[in-house]
Design a protein around this ligand. Structure first.
Ligand code: DAT
Ligand code: MG
Length: 139
């Protein structure tokens, strides 16, 4: 089934000028970038986005990191896009990520792991709506 998922190229990757390299992995995997913009996330946006993790010990650090530098938010479209992008990203901890995945190639640590991808179709819809209007998504 054709799906849309939400992606963020995180500050550790934008800082190192890796946006194009990450996008190449995404596109080579058959996912189409149907919306994309570079933004600076506000603290409110980051706290809301990661609300599910707010009781975790790393929450403060995670929010500080996400607002530390610009990020690139994206909508990706393709066959089984949610699961496919999770595969392409690799494991949360780059030390455990498979060869060829974005996190294996580029991530620096579990906290600064280069990309976000939605973990379910329902969350993809919620996350996309937090950053994009329908008119900004061009399939
Ligand atoms: P994912 O980003 O693979 O969906 P997640 O939803 O469990 O992983 O966590 C969200 C982000 O929180 C993750 O990308 C980086 C940060 N994080 C997760 N576990 C962490 C940990 N043990 N220490 C520091 N940061 C962590
Ligand atoms: Mg997650």
């Amino acid at each position: 089934m054709t799906e849309r998922t939400f992606s963020i190229i995180k500050p550790d990757a934008t800082r190192r000028n890796l946006t194009g390299k990450v996008n190449a992995v995404i596109e080579d995997a058959g996912l189409r970038i149907v919306a994309q913009k570079r933004i600076r996330m506000s603290r409110d946006q980051a706290e809301k986005f990661y609300e599910v993790h707010k009781e975790r010990p790393f929450f403060g650090e995670l929010v500080d990191f996400m607002i530390s530098e610009p990020v690139v938010v994206q909508v990706l479209e393709g066959e089984n896009a949610v699961a496919r992008y999770r595969e392409v990203m690799g494991a949360t901890n780059p030390a455990q990520a498979a060869d060829g995945t974005i996190r294996k190639l580029y991530a620096e640590s579990v906290g600064e792991n280069s990309v976000h991808g939605s973990d379910s179709l329902d969350n993809a819809e919620i996350e996309i709506a937090q950053f994009f209007t329908d008119a900004e998504i061009v399939g």
